[in-house]
Design a protein around this ligand. Structure first.
Ligand code: BV8
Length: 233
């Protein structure tokens, strides 16, 4: 976006939980049925690409079948109402914010609907499977991988995210356990530059950052209620 946003919202898996997408660290989360080192590291992909493709092909299909919930819709409504703007920084690799109508969405951990060619570096919009090893449309080699930021890899758009975080008046955190960096450090950065910080989450974050305000509950309830108050003087 051209101007610094007044509000930045950092979202995590919890915002999509009520759309039926699994979170990572809850009792039935993805990291309890899959080892992070197997499916979310470059080393795991090098060892067993078929396993990693199965994992992301399934998640892409799940995300395609999911629909935005009331929390996604409320944030899209807030973007339309807030002057001079709102940016969503999401750790999620689904596209539910965009499908709810948000247009300023920054994906710092990549996107399921994108493929990255490890031979030529092209990033391509991709909604089909990758496990069948299709050729890269740009260079022809069968070297496409999910365009997902794995542990140990640099996150996307960090300069723009930090600039928006430093400039905003309100930094809201929705549906994340706050353990994965650099995302987990953004609320502290916002606070250091004078922003008010708010946590909207099902439960308190472990060892949590001292937010100015904490509202606990399902995102589909706490986010619309918070959004409704943002236009009030
Ligand atoms: C990097 C792939 C450098 C995507 C994922 C500083 C200190 C310590 C360690 C580090 C550090 N800096 C970097 C590190 C290392 C590492 C890291 O943070 N490790 C941690 C675990 C200690 N970070 C990295 O490796 C990052 N890269 O720093 O690179 C660099 C620089 C230059 C050059 C080279 C390298 C890369 C991190 C990328 C991680 N990728 N996965 C995917 O498959 O989806 S992580 C994974 O965790 C997902 O991406 C996910 O988005 C992310 C965060 O998880 P959450 O979204 O928070 O989900 P979680 O299940 O944990 O929590 C859900 C929350 O929702 C809960 O609180 C729950 O209560 C709540 N909830 C549930 N239901 C609801 C709800 N809330 C509301 N309503 C509901 N209904």
């Amino acid at each position: 976006m051209d101007v610094a946003p007044r509000i930045v919202v950092l979202t995590g898996a919890g915002v999509s939980a009520e759309s039926g997408l699994q979170t990572f660290r809850s009792a039935d989360g993805l990291w309890y049925s899959h080892r992070i080192t197997d499916v979310a590291t470059p080393e795991g992909f090098a060892r067993d690409p078929a396993l990693v493709h199965r994992f992301y092909d399934q998640r892409r299909a799940d995300a395609l079948a999911a629909v935005p919930n009331a929390a996604h819709r409320a944030l899209a409504r807030l973007e339309r109402d807030v002057d001079p703007g709102l940016a969503i920084v999401t750790q999620n690799v689904d596209d539910l914010h965009e499908r709810a109508g948000s247009s300023h969405v920054i994906h710092l951990h990549g996107e399921l609907n994108s493929a990255l060619c490890t031979a030529c570096g092209s990033r391509l919009r991709w909604t089909a499977t990758l496990g069948d090893r299709p050729p890269c449309p740009e260079c022809g080699s069968r070297t496409l991988r999910p365009d997902i930021v794995w542990f140990g890899e640099a996150v996307y758009h960090l300069d723009a995210i930090e600039a928006a975080t430093r400039a905003c008046e309100t930094f809201a955190v929705v549906g994340t356990s706050g353990v994965v960096y650099p995302a987990a450090g953004l609320a502290a950065l916002a606070r250091a530059h004078g922003a008010r910080t708010v946590l909207l989450n099902l439960e308190a974050q472990d060892g949590g950052f001292g937010y100015d305000e904490v509202r606990l509950g399902p995102a589909s309830e706490v986010v619309p209620a918070w959004v409704d108050e943002q236009g009030e003087p």
